[in-house]
Design a protein around this ligand. Structure first.
Ligand code: WAQ
Ligand code: MG
Length: 237
Protein backbone atom coordinates (compact mmCIF):
# COMPACT_ATOMS: atom_id res chain seq x y z
CA UNK A 1 0.00 0.00 0.00
CA UNK A 2 1.20 3.51 -0.82
CA UNK A 3 0.48 6.88 0.76
CA UNK A 4 0.71 10.43 -0.45
CA UNK A 5 2.07 12.83 2.19
CA UNK A 6 1.84 16.60 1.87
CA UNK A 7 3.55 19.03 4.20
CA UNK A 8 3.07 22.78 4.33
CA UNK A 9 4.59 25.07 6.95
CA UNK A 10 3.87 28.68 7.80
CA UNK A 11 4.67 31.32 10.33
CA UNK A 12 2.62 34.00 11.98
CA UNK A 13 3.99 37.50 11.55
CA UNK A 14 1.88 40.49 12.64
CA UNK A 15 -1.24 38.32 12.36
CA UNK A 16 -0.35 37.41 8.79
CA UNK A 17 0.34 33.91 7.53
CA UNK A 18 3.86 33.78 6.04
CA UNK A 19 4.51 30.78 3.79
CA UNK A 20 7.62 28.88 4.91
CA UNK A 21 7.71 25.82 2.65
CA UNK A 22 6.18 22.51 1.72
CA UNK A 23 6.89 19.07 0.31
CA UNK A 24 5.12 16.24 -1.52
CA UNK A 25 5.88 12.52 -1.24
CA UNK A 26 4.41 9.27 -2.53
CA UNK A 27 5.80 6.45 -0.41
CA UNK A 28 5.30 2.87 0.80
CA UNK A 29 3.42 2.28 4.01
CA UNK A 30 6.60 1.01 5.66
CA UNK A 31 8.23 4.46 5.26
CA UNK A 32 5.26 6.49 6.42
CA UNK A 33 6.19 7.31 10.02
CA UNK A 34 9.79 7.97 9.09
CA UNK A 35 8.78 10.38 6.30
CA UNK A 36 6.26 12.20 8.51
CA UNK A 37 9.03 12.69 11.07
CA UNK A 38 11.49 14.09 8.57
CA UNK A 39 9.01 16.39 6.83
CA UNK A 40 7.96 17.77 10.22
CA UNK A 41 11.60 18.52 10.99
CA UNK A 42 11.96 20.25 7.63
CA UNK A 43 9.08 22.56 8.47
CA UNK A 44 10.47 23.23 11.93
CA UNK A 45 13.99 24.16 10.74
CA UNK A 46 13.61 26.06 7.49
CA UNK A 47 15.89 28.71 5.98
CA UNK A 48 12.85 31.02 5.75
CA UNK A 49 12.31 30.68 9.50
CA UNK A 50 10.87 28.22 12.00
CA UNK A 51 7.24 27.30 11.47
CA UNK A 52 4.40 28.13 13.86
CA UNK A 53 1.99 25.96 11.89
CA UNK A 54 2.64 22.69 10.08
CA UNK A 55 -0.06 21.03 8.04
CA UNK A 56 0.45 17.33 7.23
CA UNK A 57 -1.98 15.47 5.03
CA UNK A 58 -1.76 11.73 4.53
CA UNK A 59 -3.85 9.90 1.93
CA UNK A 60 -3.88 6.26 0.94
CA UNK A 61 -3.35 5.93 -2.82
CA UNK A 62 -3.93 3.13 -5.30
CA UNK A 63 -1.05 2.16 -7.58
CA UNK A 64 -3.32 1.84 -10.60
CA UNK A 65 -4.14 5.55 -10.29
CA UNK A 66 -0.47 6.60 -10.57
CA UNK A 67 0.91 7.66 -13.95
CA UNK A 68 4.63 7.51 -14.69
CA UNK A 69 6.33 10.40 -16.48
CA UNK A 70 9.94 10.70 -17.61
CA UNK A 71 11.86 13.62 -16.10
CA UNK A 72 12.45 16.57 -18.43
CA UNK A 73 15.93 16.91 -19.96
CA UNK A 74 18.04 19.43 -18.06
CA UNK A 75 20.65 22.02 -18.98
CA UNK A 76 22.22 24.96 -17.15
CA UNK A 77 22.93 28.50 -18.32
CA UNK A 78 25.57 30.36 -16.28
CA UNK A 79 24.94 34.07 -15.73
CA UNK A 80 26.86 36.71 -13.79
CA UNK A 81 23.97 38.30 -11.90
CA UNK A 82 20.20 38.32 -11.58
CA UNK A 83 19.73 41.03 -14.23
CA UNK A 84 21.45 38.90 -16.83
CA UNK A 85 19.52 35.84 -15.54
CA UNK A 86 16.14 37.55 -15.89
CA UNK A 87 16.95 38.72 -19.40
CA UNK A 88 17.99 35.16 -20.37
CA UNK A 89 14.68 33.92 -18.88
CA UNK A 90 12.77 36.53 -20.89
CA UNK A 91 14.49 35.50 -24.14
CA UNK A 92 13.73 31.82 -23.47
CA UNK A 93 10.03 32.66 -22.94
CA UNK A 94 10.02 34.67 -26.17
CA UNK A 95 11.54 31.72 -28.04
CA UNK A 96 8.71 29.57 -26.64
CA UNK A 97 6.22 31.85 -28.41
CA UNK A 98 5.19 34.12 -25.53
CA UNK A 99 4.26 37.44 -27.12
CA UNK A 100 5.04 39.71 -24.16
CA UNK A 101 7.64 37.82 -22.15
CA UNK A 102 8.70 40.92 -20.20
CA UNK A 103 5.20 41.03 -18.70
CA UNK A 104 5.69 37.50 -17.35
CA UNK A 105 9.08 38.42 -15.84
CA UNK A 106 7.66 41.60 -14.23
CA UNK A 107 4.83 39.58 -12.69
CA UNK A 108 7.27 36.94 -11.41
CA UNK A 109 9.67 39.34 -9.70
CA UNK A 110 6.75 41.08 -8.01
CA UNK A 111 5.32 37.81 -6.68
CA UNK A 112 5.79 37.12 -3.01
CA UNK A 113 4.54 34.86 -0.24
CA UNK A 114 2.24 32.64 -2.32
CA UNK A 115 2.11 28.97 -1.44
CA UNK A 116 1.11 28.00 -4.95
CA UNK A 117 1.69 29.15 -8.51
CA UNK A 118 0.17 31.77 -10.76
CA UNK A 119 -1.49 30.37 -13.89
CA UNK A 120 -1.27 32.86 -16.72
CA UNK A 121 -3.34 32.74 -19.90
CA UNK A 122 -0.81 33.27 -22.71
CA UNK A 123 -3.38 34.85 -25.05
CA UNK A 124 -4.66 37.69 -22.85
CA UNK A 125 -2.17 37.58 -19.90
CA UNK A 126 -5.04 37.19 -17.41
CA UNK A 127 -4.51 35.18 -14.23
CA UNK A 128 -6.58 32.00 -14.04
CA UNK A 129 -6.33 30.97 -10.36
CA UNK A 130 -9.54 31.39 -8.35
CA UNK A 131 -7.61 32.23 -5.17
CA UNK A 132 -4.99 34.79 -6.21
CA UNK A 133 -3.41 34.98 -2.76
CA UNK A 134 -2.66 31.25 -2.56
CA UNK A 135 -2.32 30.35 -6.23
CA UNK A 136 -2.52 26.72 -7.35
CA UNK A 137 -0.42 24.14 -5.51
CA UNK A 138 0.84 21.16 -7.47
CA UNK A 139 0.65 18.09 -5.25
CA UNK A 140 0.62 14.30 -5.46
CA UNK A 141 3.97 13.83 -7.19
CA UNK A 142 7.33 12.25 -6.32
CA UNK A 143 10.23 10.32 -7.84
CA UNK A 144 10.05 6.55 -8.20
CA UNK A 145 13.35 6.21 -6.33
CA UNK A 146 16.10 8.25 -4.65
CA UNK A 147 13.59 10.49 -2.94
CA UNK A 148 15.15 13.18 -0.76
CA UNK A 149 13.22 13.53 2.44
CA UNK A 150 15.69 14.67 5.07
CA UNK A 151 16.69 18.02 3.58
CA UNK A 152 15.29 19.82 0.61
CA UNK A 153 17.12 19.15 -2.65
CA UNK A 154 15.95 22.22 -4.56
CA UNK A 155 17.00 21.04 -7.99
CA UNK A 156 15.47 17.57 -7.74
CA UNK A 157 12.20 18.70 -6.19
CA UNK A 158 11.78 21.47 -8.74
CA UNK A 159 12.48 19.07 -11.63
CA UNK A 160 9.81 16.71 -10.27
CA UNK A 161 7.26 19.52 -10.01
CA UNK A 162 8.13 20.91 -13.46
CA UNK A 163 7.94 17.45 -15.04
CA UNK A 164 4.45 16.90 -13.66
CA UNK A 165 3.34 20.44 -14.53
CA UNK A 166 4.62 20.48 -18.13
CA UNK A 167 2.90 17.14 -18.68
CA UNK A 168 -0.44 18.96 -18.32
CA UNK A 169 -1.87 19.31 -21.86
CA UNK A 170 -2.37 23.06 -21.70
CA UNK A 171 0.71 24.13 -19.71
CA UNK A 172 3.34 25.08 -22.28
CA UNK A 173 5.91 26.67 -19.99
CA UNK A 174 6.93 27.51 -16.47
CA UNK A 175 9.24 30.02 -14.84
CA UNK A 176 10.35 29.84 -11.21
CA UNK A 177 12.37 31.69 -8.60
CA UNK A 178 12.89 30.00 -5.20
CA UNK A 179 11.62 31.83 -2.12
CA UNK A 180 14.58 30.48 -0.17
CA UNK A 181 16.92 33.44 0.57
CA UNK A 182 20.01 31.22 0.06
CA UNK A 183 18.92 29.70 -3.25
CA UNK A 184 19.35 31.94 -6.29
CA UNK A 185 19.25 29.40 -9.16
CA UNK A 186 15.89 29.41 -10.91
CA UNK A 187 14.55 27.86 -14.11
CA UNK A 188 12.46 28.12 -17.22
CA UNK A 189 10.80 24.90 -18.38
CA UNK A 190 9.13 24.02 -21.67
CA UNK A 191 7.51 20.80 -22.91
CA UNK A 192 11.00 19.62 -23.92
CA UNK A 193 13.44 20.80 -21.30
CA UNK A 194 14.18 22.19 -17.90
CA UNK A 195 16.65 25.06 -18.22
CA UNK A 196 18.43 26.13 -15.04
CA UNK A 197 19.61 29.74 -14.82
CA UNK A 198 22.25 30.18 -12.13
CA UNK A 199 21.01 33.56 -10.82
CA UNK A 200 17.45 34.85 -10.97
CA UNK A 201 17.70 36.83 -7.73
CA UNK A 202 20.36 38.04 -5.33
CA UNK A 203 21.25 36.20 -2.11
CA UNK A 204 19.25 37.23 0.96
CA UNK A 205 16.06 37.99 -0.98
CA UNK A 206 13.03 36.18 0.50
CA UNK A 207 10.88 36.78 -2.55
CA UNK A 208 10.12 33.98 -4.98
CA UNK A 209 7.33 32.54 -7.06
CA UNK A 210 6.16 30.41 -9.93
CA UNK A 211 4.21 31.11 -13.10
CA UNK A 212 2.62 28.40 -15.26
CA UNK A 213 1.88 29.43 -18.85
CA UNK A 214 -1.55 28.21 -19.89
CA UNK A 215 -2.72 27.89 -23.51
CA UNK A 216 -6.55 27.86 -23.39
CA UNK A 217 -6.69 26.31 -26.88
CA UNK A 218 -5.26 23.04 -25.54
CA UNK A 219 -7.49 22.21 -22.55
CA UNK A 220 -9.90 23.76 -20.06
CA UNK A 221 -8.65 25.49 -16.91
CA UNK A 222 -10.79 23.11 -14.79
CA UNK A 223 -9.11 20.00 -16.24
CA UNK A 224 -5.70 21.63 -15.91
CA UNK A 225 -6.07 22.59 -12.24
CA UNK A 226 -7.61 19.23 -11.41
CA UNK A 227 -4.64 17.47 -13.02
CA UNK A 228 -2.09 19.69 -11.21
CA UNK A 229 -3.67 19.22 -7.80
CA UNK A 230 -4.92 15.66 -7.90
CA UNK A 231 -3.33 13.42 -10.54
CA UNK A 232 -0.80 11.06 -8.93
CA UNK A 233 2.47 11.31 -10.87
CA UNK A 234 5.67 9.38 -10.30
CA UNK A 235 8.71 10.75 -12.12
CA UNK A 236 11.50 8.45 -13.33
CA UNK A 237 14.95 9.47 -14.57
N1 WAQ B 1 2.90 24.09 -6.44
C1 WAQ B 1 2.80 25.33 -6.97
N2 WAQ B 1 3.60 26.34 -6.61
C2 WAQ B 1 4.52 26.11 -5.67
C3 WAQ B 1 4.69 24.83 -5.07
C4 WAQ B 1 3.82 23.79 -5.48
N3 WAQ B 1 3.88 22.58 -4.99
N4 WAQ B 1 5.70 24.91 -4.17
C5 WAQ B 1 6.14 26.17 -4.21
N5 WAQ B 1 5.43 26.91 -5.12
C6 WAQ B 1 5.60 28.33 -5.46
C7 WAQ B 1 5.44 29.23 -4.24
O1 WAQ B 1 4.90 30.46 -4.67
C8 WAQ B 1 6.85 29.41 -3.78
O2 WAQ B 1 7.03 30.64 -3.12
C9 WAQ B 1 7.61 29.41 -5.10
O3 WAQ B 1 6.90 28.53 -5.96
C10 WAQ B 1 9.03 28.92 -4.96
O4 WAQ B 1 9.00 27.65 -4.31
O5 WAQ B 1 17.46 23.39 -10.81
O6 WAQ B 1 13.01 26.03 -4.26
O7 WAQ B 1 9.91 25.65 -3.22
O8 WAQ B 1 18.62 24.28 -9.16
O9 WAQ B 1 11.04 27.93 -2.87
C11 WAQ B 1 14.62 25.87 -8.23
C12 WAQ B 1 15.73 24.90 -8.48
C13 WAQ B 1 14.16 25.76 -6.79
C14 WAQ B 1 16.51 25.27 -9.70
C15 WAQ B 1 12.84 26.34 -6.65
O10 WAQ B 1 11.09 26.79 -5.13
C16 WAQ B 1 17.61 24.25 -9.91
C17 WAQ B 1 12.35 26.35 -5.23
P1 WAQ B 1 10.30 26.96 -3.77
MG1 MG C 1 11.14 27.59 -0.77
Amino acid sequence: MKYSVKMRASKNIDDKDLHIGGAEKIIDESELLNVVNKLTLRGLNHSRGDADFINLKINKVFEEDIIKVKALKTRTIDVKDSNEGLSVARDLLTSMGISDAQKVIDLLVNTNNMRGAIILNILDFKRMESDKEKGVRVTNMDYDKNKDVEVKNHRREALCLATKTLNAKAIIGEVCISDDPNYVTGYVASKNEYIRITKLKEKGDYRGGRIFLFDPRLDTIENTINYLENQLVVVYE
